[in-house]
Design a protein around this ligand. Structure first.
Ligand code: SF4
Length: 408
């Protein structure tokens, strides 16, 4: 991490933040972290991102995975740099960028075919029926100039009804054909239920789930993660920032940023470290669309200093104090209260991509998938019963009105 002389005291930080704005101070520190990461990369050639076993699969994966939701065809250097520094787990999906994400990976493998076998490659099928899955898999293989995908996910599962015996037969056949090595699913909603049910199955190899400093303390999530670990299912965490970077409009958030800057890293790096503290998580999938974010995340991965118990407790407190700003994805809880008439969980996720993560392309794709008749009733539906049940105490009605305005 940054050397002591590059760190500022909390008092200096708050003082400077008061004069210039916390964003400027964080940027300055981020640049310092980047500089130290680049220096580390140059000076310790053998130091690469560490690996962890991926469940019972016998595969080791880098603890940091390259998320593919960026313009990969135009940013081939990111792939090269990531691999050089040990990020050997690459994640994409049939739908990312309307196919450009996979095409970008294919462009890279066409130019450097020897690198294919160094990569643990993941893609996902949005289709859940066997014919659709076959079509999407074949397209993905062609786009990526490869004969196989290491781990193939069903994309965005919110109930295990979507992962039934047909999916099992399909996965077994695709494995026999050598087109996929491992099979599983990604999930953003009703995750604990999906994980608990999966732990009883013997044919799911891996799961990518939303997991962060907000969710990791919840008992139901802890039990679900434990059950999957005991069943040997490999786990990848995504959305590890828990809703985005700290905002600068409250004392709590200033305090949060100040604490971690004082310790020598940014709040974003601290949130990654909190997830890595849980050794049951094999890897973090992170969107790293430019070298600044890539190097900042690599710097955090290369630094083997863990978060202190005090830091972990601080993050937990921060999560509790700001819980009403974060949707935990337990859509079956709120949607049942309005007879499933509005996909609250999907719309919350849309807002998160739009507002916190700045993933405007993906947000637009999600926007297109929300039916017109749902968009029309967002502002007029009474969400008060759903709000009463929401464990995060979210202002669902207000947020749905906001989504209605953005989607209009
Ligand atoms: S709005 Fe509340 S109840 Fe609904 S998914 Fe989000 S956190 Fe769960």
């Amino acid at each position: 991490m940054a050397s002591n002389d590059k760190r500022c005291s909390r008092r200096d930080f708050i003082k400077t933040a008061g004069a210039t704005g916390v964003g400027a101070v964080l940027s300055q520190h981020l640049m310092q972290k980047d500089a130290s990461a680049e220096t580390a990369a140059k000076t310790s050639k053998n130091k690469t991102v560490p690996t962890r076993p991926f469940g019972r699969t016998g595969k080791d994966v880098s603890i940091l995975s390259l998320g593919g939701m960026f313009d990969i065809p135009a940013n081939q250097i990111i792939l090269k740099l990531a691999l050089q520094l040990g990020i050997t787990y690459w994640d994409t999906a049939h739908v990312y960028g309307g196919g450009t994400s996979e095409k970008g990976i294919g462009k890279y493998f066409k130019k450097t075919p020897a690198d294919r076998e160094k990569i643990f490659l993941v893609s996902k099928s949005w289709a859940k029926d066997p014919e659709g899955m076959t079509n999407q898999l074949e397209t993905s293989l062609k786009r990526m100039n490869t004969d196989y995908i290491d781990l193939y996910f069903l994309h965005g599962v919110s109930s295990m009804k979507e992962v039934g015996s047909e999916a099992r037969k399909w996965a077994e056949k695709a494995k026999k054909q050598g087109k996929i090595k491992l099979f599983g699913f990604s999930t953003h909603q009703n995750m604990e239920d999906c994980l608990m049910e999966t732990a009883k199955l013997d044919w799911i190899d891996g799961i990518m789930l939303t997991y962060n400093f907000r969710l990791m303390h919840q008992n139901s999530m802890k039990e679900a993660i434990q059950a999957c670990t005991e069943a040997g299912i490999g786990l990848t965490a995504m959305k590890t920032q828990g809703g985005g970077s700290v905002k600068t409009d409250s004392e709590k958030e200033l305090h949060m940023a100040g604490r971690f800057v004082q310790n020598g890293y940014t709040d974003k790096q601290a949130k990654l470290k909190a997830v890595w503290e849980d050794k049951k998580i094999a890897s973090i999938c992170s969107q790293m669309p430019n070298s600044t974010i890539l190097m900042s995340n690599i710097s955090a991965a290369l630094d083997d200093t863990g978060l202190s118990a005090k830091d972990m407790s601080f993050l937990k407190q921060y999560a509790l104090q700001t819980c009403s700003g974060y949707c935990a994805g337990c859509a079956s809880v709120c949607e049942a209260e309005i007879n499933n008439s509005v996909p609250i969980g999907d719309i919350m996720r849309y807002l998160m991509y739009q507002q916190h993560y700045g993933e405007h392309d993906f947000a637009r794709e999600m926007q297109d998938k929300i039916p017109g008749d749902i968009k029309k009733v967002l502002a007029s539906t009474d969400f008060s019963a759903a709000e009463r049940k929401c464990p995060q105490k979210m202002e669902i009605g207000k947020l749905m009105k906001k989504a209605s305005r953005i989607l209009a």
